[in-house]
Design a protein around this ligand. Structure first.
Ligand code: MSP
Length: 509
């Protein structure tokens, strides 16, 4: 996909938001990490050079206030909670290439450097801010974003009236360029509803925004005025750029910048679809290719509710069922890009009916039949043309969907073929064919079609469920993990012995 200009090697750079360290990791955080990991793993399967970034957002009021409430220094709180977020990715089986902390001195240096350039380019001026502010969002609210009783529409807390001498970022100077960007690149923001939301915010008229805070000390110091720190959102957004300069042994910026995908939640849309491109323009840096905005995972109808009830605890799910099942469930049950409710009940239903009964049984039956009827060696014969319509072109279709971050649609396309293969088993009834020696060729074709089909599905599912599909592919004797092996005409799983398979998704898990 992108970054193909100038004959560069194909690269793919995907990011998650960086998480505030004022609270512990929860399912909403896990969600974006899982989605980004699916994209990263898929692009690695395509042979691309991939960089996957996540990390923590450690400055600003939310963190300073939480530390204050605990009677500790912000840095202490940041150190403590950053470790918990860092530990989250491996528990999810996520393969991030780096974990950025905005208190990294290298990041801070880049923030100072880029924002000084923005100032030199004429987009910073001194002024006085007066208006409503939510300390939990660290966000200055426009009049039309305020709930009744001067409350934050997200946190429902009372907003504070702020009056502060600040340096401002001249966002208004980018009105026309942002409108032109949205006109030229309709896939800059997706899904479409989010593109429309961002564009209508821009069209409603951009106002300049504070770039620095005078009252706060917990932040990156402004190099031209030490009494100020940068407003946390500008510091945070720049993580996507700064990380590349020090994540590897050499500077990776030239290889991976700009990002192909920033994955974000819908509550931080304005920062990523308006402020961020404007800031990059002001700093004369290239803009990302896509911002994909996902919805909220809802529990009890709320964004994230601690109230008792049917709450899905990601760590409890992982402890009991492993990360694959959680990854599958979140991308299967809630269409990626929309809001959706999650619960332990619907998790268990999907686990039983789809993972255990549909995929798990298909795999174990297929492997058992190859052992029973063919001594463990599927014949190298032509595949059943009946399935061509379902399997030819599937890998390319999945690639196209993942290119558009349509992770649920891609998973659904794959799952339809899991079901197709199950029907094929029933329709072709290999156990009947096995009773009749005259039908040995037919039996060979059915078993080999099942093995090949299962191989294709396992490779396509690999980014979603890395560990279960590894087991399955090994059982099929398939060393291949690249997407080249998912083509319907690649029969690399045939004519060689297969292994055995333990239950992929035990029902008593
Ligand atoms: N620190 C900022 C992001 C800076 S990015 C340069 C921030 N952090 S956060 O920890 O509050 O939220 C991080 C992400 O988690 C947001 O994208 C938010 O949408 C997401 N989620 C938090 N709860 C969520 C759900 N219940 N469901 C899905 N995602 C939600 O904002």
């Amino acid at each position: 996909m992108a970054n193909s200009s100038l004959g560069r090697e194909m690269t793919f750079y995907v990011t998650t938001p960086i998480y505030y360290v004022n609270a512990a990791p929860h399912l909403g955080h896990a969600y974006t990490i899982i989605a980004a990991d699916v994209m990263a793993r898929h692009h690695r399967q395509r042979g691309e050079q991939v960089f996957f970034l996540t990390g923590t957002d450690e400055h600003g009021e939310p963190v300073a206030d939480a530390a204050h409430a605990l009677g500790i220094e912000p840095q202490q709180l940041a150190d403590r909670n950053a470790e918990r977020f860092k530990a989250l990715a491996p528990r999810l089986d996520a393969t991030n290439d780096f974990f950025i902390r905005t208190t990294d001195p290298q990041h801070e240096a880049v923030v100072k450097d880029v924002l000084s350039r923005v100032r030199e380019n004429g987009y910073v001026y001194e002024g006085t801010y007066e208006g409503w502010y939510c300390p939990r969002c660290a966000d200055f609210k426009a009049e039309n974003e305020i709930d009744e009783g001067n409350r934050c529409p997200i946190h429902h807390i009372e907003l504070t009236r702020e009056q502060e001498d600040n340096y401002f970022f001249k966002l208004s100077a980018f009105q026309e360029r942002l409108e032109a960007l949205y006109a030229e690149r309709e896939d800059f923001v997706s899904p479409r509803t989010r593109y429309n939301e961002a564009l209508s915010f821009i069209r409603s008229g951009l106002r300049d925004v504070p770039l620095t805070r005078h009252k706060l000390t917990w932040g990156v110091q402004v190099p031209w005025d030490h009494e100020h720190v940068f407003y946390v959102w500008f510091d945070a957004l720049l993580n996507y750029y700064s990380a590349l300069s020090y994540a590897g042994e050499r500077d990776l910026t030239a290889t991976f910048w700009p990002a192909n995908y920033h994955l974000i939640g819908k509550d931080i849309l304005r920062f990523h679809t308006v402020y961020w491109p404007a800031l990059l323009m002001a700093a004369e840096l290239e803009l990302p290719e896509h911002v994909f905005v996902h919805g909220f995972l809802l529990m009890d109808g709320e964004k994230m509710s601690k109230s008792l009830g049917n709450v899905l605890d990601p760590f409890a799910v992982i402890d009991r069922y492993g990360p694959d099942a959680l990854r599958f469930y979140l991308l299967r049950d809630v269409p990626f890009g929309q809001d959706g409710s999650v619960s332990t009940a619907s998790f268990e239903l999907r686990y039983e009916s789809e993972l255990a009964n549909e995929l798990g049984n298909l795999a174990s039956r297929t492997i058992a039949m190859v052992h029973r009827y063919r001594d463990g060696v599927p014949a190298a014969v032509a595949l059943d043309p009946q399935l061509d319509g379902d399997f030819a072109g599937l890998a390319q279709a999945v690639e196209g969907m993942i290119d558009r971050a349509e992770l649920t649609a891609a998973l659904d396309a794959i799952w339809q073929r899991v079901r197709r293969l199950n029907r094929y088993v029933e329709e072709s009834a290999p156990w009947q064919l096995a009773k009749d020696d005259a039908r040995a060729d037919e039996l060979d074709r059915v078993l080999s079609t099942l093995v090949a089909g299962l191989g294709v599905l396992a490779l396509l599912l690999h980014p979603y469920m890395p560990s279960a599909t590894d087991k399955l592919l090994s059982a099929l004797g398939c060393e291949e993990r690249s997407l080249a092996g998912a083509r319907w005409d690649s029969t690399h799983t045939l004519g060689r012995p297969i292994g055995t398979l333990e239950s992929l998704f035990p029902k008593s898990a």
